[in-house]
Design a protein around this ligand. Structure first.
Ligand code: PLP
Length: 377
């Protein structure tokens, strides 16, 4: 049995061996893709091969892919690159969207975390002739809930608005077809699909407006200045290829996700699963163990060799109140007991069993100590 069960793929997914190998090869070879000599041309070939692999993961044309330093930069590039517009974002977006544009207007979600399309339609209708950009994610990082992007695009198109979609958590888990969805911009991140951290991509639909204020070299067809992270891009390409294959073959984690949810609800009947009534990606479960703070659960499971997270991972390492659960109307005390379990490409049945056992042990410990405290009182 493995020494630990890593069930935090939505924070970062372990590097796939194919990604690792392609990166080592590129690091050994070196080369700047802008150089005209043979070493440069070799590096350029690596970048362009990866561009095709990443494009293929989401049904885009290679010319529509702009490599970035990750999902955060892709989101920021999309929201600034679309030009001066009124920006409408869903209430459950990642911070990198919520904070990208000062003054962005929030469109609410229902109790399952699904964007309120009536509110979106009303906000679009109130825009008159003002140019608008709508940003709605494909899958939520905390709950896994999938958003009705095609419907949002239909409404936005009717109002002449552009659409950005943050697909960082969805790509490689569900089939994504940018042209079928009809979005203008779509963000991706390598480390959520088994590629390295620090690399991502923005899909910019051919013909969509795009102007960047990043000054520097003319890399990425003048859309993102700076020498490309060639090894990272190679790793991203390899991970995209493998993730795409698994998504197409239906790497189906739903069975294991359901087994976790069923078991945890059997152990603690008041446990609540957030977004359970909505369509979700199959790898994610956000669940509240009543009365037990999320930090306590994360620490107890960590000691048992099971790695999960409390709401969204945040850069300071501190657990903050989940804005996603707040937008869904979850009371603060209940949200404070919610943890996120996220499975991925290397998850095994033993990891699931280990999680369930550790969670059961913790629940029994907590409830027994509650009983003995009540008896002592
Ligand atoms: N968007 C979503 C939905 C995410 O979950 C994340 C990371 O957690 C990001 C964007 C940011 O991606 P990156 O870590 O590559 O900057």
């Amino acid at each position: 049995m493995a020494a630990s069960a890593y069930l935090d793929h939505n924070a970062t997914s372990p590097l796939r061996p194919a990604a690792f190998e392609s990166m080592v090869e590129v690091l050994r070879a070196g080369g700047n893709p802008s150089s005209v000599h043979a070493a440069g041309r070799k590096a350029r070939a690596v970048v362009e091969a990866a561009r095709r692999q990443v494009a293929s993961l989401v049904g885009a044309l290679p010319t529509e892919i702009v490599f970035t330093s990750g999902g955060t930069e892709a989101n920021s590039l999309a929201l600034s690159g679309a030009g001066r517009r009124r920006v409408l974002v869903s209430a459950v977006e990642h911070d990198s969207v919520l904070r990208a544009v000062p003054g962005a207007e929030i469109v609410g979600v229902d109790g399952n975390g699904v964007v309120d399309l009536v509110a979106l339609e009303q906000a679009l209708a109130s825009s008159g002739d003002e140019p608008v950009l709508v940003s709605v994610m494909l899958a939520n990082n905390e709950t896994g809930v999938l958003q009705p992007i095609a419907e949002a695009v239909r409404l936005a198109r009717g109002a002449g608005a552009l659409v950005h979609c943050d697909a960082v958590q969805a790509a490689g888990k569900v089939p994504v077809d940018v042209h079928g969805l009809g979005v203008d911009y779509l963000s991706l991140s390598a480390h959520k699909i088994g590629g390295p951290t620090g690399v991502g991509a923005l899909m910019v639909r051919n013909g969509a407006p795009f102007a960047t204020d990043r000054r520097g070299g003319g890399q990425e067809s003048n859309r993102r200045a700076g020498t490309e992270n060639v090894a990272g891009i190679a790793g991203f390409g390899a991970a995209a290829q493998e993730a795409g294959k698994q998504a197409a073959e239906g790497l189906d984690l739903a069975g294991w996700r359901d087994r976790i949810e069923l078991s945890l609800v059997q152990i603690a009947p008041q446990a609540r699963i957030f977004g359970a009534c909505a369509k979700r990606i199959t790898n994610t479960s956000c669940i509240a163990m009543p009365g037990v703070p999320a930090e306590t659960q994360v620490m107890a499971l960590d000691l048992a060799g099971v790695y999960i997270s409390a709401g969204a991972a945040c850069s300071s390492g501190k657990v903050q109140r989940s804005a996603v659960l707040a937008a869904m109307g979850v009371p603060a005390e209940e949200a404070a007991t919610a943890v996120r379990i996220s499975l991925g490409w290397n998850t095994e049945l033993a990891d699931i069993e280990r999680l369930i056992t550790a969670w059961r042990d913790l629940y029994i410990r907590v409830t027994q100590s509650d009983i003995s405290q009540a008896e002592a009182a």
